[in-house]
Design a protein around this ligand. Sequence first.
Ligand code: CUA
Length: 320
Amino acid sequence: MAGRVDALYFFLVGLAVFFALLIAGLIVFFAVRYHRQDSNATGTKVHGLIALEVAWTVIPFLITMVIFVWGSSVYFAMAHPPDETLNIYVVGKQWMWKFQHLDGQREINELHVPVGRPVKIIATSEDVIHDFFVPAFRVKADVLPGRYVSVWFQPTKPGRYHLFCAEYCGTRHSGMIGEIVVMDPNEYEAWLTGGAAEGSLASAGGKLFADLACNTCHRADAQGRGPVLDGLFGRQVALQGGGTVTADEAYIRESILTPSAKIVDGFQPIMPTFQGLVSEEQLLQLIEYVKSLKSQTEQPTARPNPPNGPAQNETTPVKK
Ligand code: CUA
């Protein structure tokens, strides 16, 4: 992406320099060429010139349209990651970057990625606004508490690249820096297996799901008091009172922290909030766990509560 961003940038700089020189040059030229030679001289009246008016309207219009079309094509390319990306979660906090790989590796202020593969960063903050900035990749995005922001890049050369926080976030903002380490795919595989991984994010999420007893209500057999989560991710969910929502990261996060915000059609607002009980990292684990739940059979859409729901203290884990 760097080449495309730079080409646009240099075009804009070139355009600005060209017009600045043209205007400054003409001012000097006209001042010399048409200066008052006789103290009694008066200028001739000018009554307008349609051709000139049209020219200085149409030419700038065309130039700005070029900027608009070119700029938006670069913007769309940056905003839409390819389908197959390597997803990495990032949690910013005063004053460090915490990275979570899907298969469990965690890193602080250092991120290892393979060369040549599109990488999608899904970022959030656990305190204030930070900003994920990797100048070499032309990647910069505000990282906001309570939301997931994503950016993507595709490293083309192995090496180490600076990572900065680009939003003033407190005393040690300037120290909130790190490195993106781009590795050869083989080296990357070796690095991945070499780390002391504690199991994948999804498996950690599955354990947490059972520890928090989420599985008492969200049962795979649709006999629970909460909606079935298998095959949920990415689907449209019908809500009480009409309307639908796409089950993405933000929706799952909200459903864990503020369950009453969106009630699935046919269910009661009985889920307690988990605000303060799960950290940002644990939320990511739970989200990955929900993503990993594929629907094993074509399930009918969410069904209403059975009148005699399961006993409240039932804690049989539902094994997928
Ligand atoms: Cu984080 Cu500045």
